[in-house]
Design a protein. Structure first.
Length: 305
């Protein structure tokens, strides 16, 4: 079955690539074990058991999953890198993806939510996404190189972030009562991990607010699930949307993120409030940072995935 432009694809890989088995920066060829599904948001990981565990073939000298029911550590909000030598020019293509599975309930597999950017659908990027198109073309049993986890921000639960300024510095723990989240497009993935972790733990009192920016309503990933989470946890989680090209009947914001949106829909600046951001560099550099500066949010309380 062929996929429509910009379809979202899941990719499952065994937990043999996790940090408890392989050191950071290691790589491994892993089998593709997820079918191509056609949907805007294929799944949501808030409830356990949405995708199931997957098996794999063993290869000589490769760390493998010993017991699919054993929990292997996967720090929340960490990233993985997928790569393959391009058949077009022979160069290695590498992209980072944040899993949307949890660190304590999902055993034996890792789920990635990947938006496929097809060629000739955006005049600014006529070639589309090299990695996403390659992943979309793979069949069950095909392999890619995979390494990780990596990343400098880990959510440890109950409002605690472990933050490293660089890969060599030990993480420093920071505790917050509130997270104001700004996400753009597929930058929603680390936010989804943290939102699910907080709301799953009834003892985690961290307050969450999300400002989610996209080009159109159709581009909003997991909107139905986000709305349900807000409806079910309105005292702990709020979500607000803004799109560049809204439909006629649209009750949320229009256009780029600005100081008014941030002031109205995110928590006010405070020592116990952190701003978490993930999205395209132009959004972060020209919309988020200047407006956070204008509203006097402390730079050391802003964290970018």
């Amino acid at each position: 079955m062929s996929s429509p432009p910009n379809a979202v694809q899941p990719l499952q890989v065994p937990t043999k690539v996790l940090s408890s088995i392989m050191g950071e920066g290691s790589s491994i060829a892993v089998p593709i074990t997820a079918a191509v599904l056609v949907a805007t948001a294929l799944y949501f990981f808030y409830k356990k058991g949405c995708c199931g565990a997957c098996g794999s073939k063993k290869s000589k000298g490769t760390p493998t999953l010993v017991d699919e029911n054993t929990k292997y550590a996967l720090p929340l909000a960490e990233k993985f890198e997928a790569g393959w030598p391009s058949g077009v020019d022979g160069k290695l293509v590498v992209r980072s993806y944040t899993p949307v599975t949890s660190d304590d309930e999902d055993k034996g597999y890792v789920d990635l939510m990947i938006k496929v950017y097809f060629k000739n659908t955006n005049e600014r990027f006529p070639e589309g996404g090299k990695m996403s198109q390659h992943l979309e073309s793979l069949k069950i049993g095909d392999t890619i190189d995979f390494r990780g986890p990596s990343g400098k921000i880990v959510y440890e639960g109950k409002g605690t972030l472990a933050v490293r300024p660089d890969n060599k510095t030990p993480p420093k723990k920071r505790h917050f009562k509130r997270f104001g989240m700004i996400a753009g497009g597929t930058g929603i993935t680390p936010m989804l991990q943290i939102i699910a972790a907080v709301l799953r733990d009834k003892e985690d009192k961290t307050q969450l607010t999300l400002l989610f920016a996209n080009q159109t309503v159709e581009d909003i990933l997991c909107r139905e699930e986000l709305d349900k989470l807000e409806a079910d946890n309105g005292d702990r989680f709020k979500v607000w949307y803004t799109v560049d090209r809204p439909p006629e009947k649209w009750s949320y914001s229009k256009g780029f993120i600005d100081d008014k949106m941030i002031a109205e829909h995110l928590p006010a600046p405070a020592d116990d409030t952190a701003i978490l951001m993930c999205g395209p560099p132009p959004m972060l550099n020209f919309a988020c940072t200047p407006n956070l500066d204008k509203l006097s949010y402390a730079p050391d309380l802003r964290f970018t995935f």
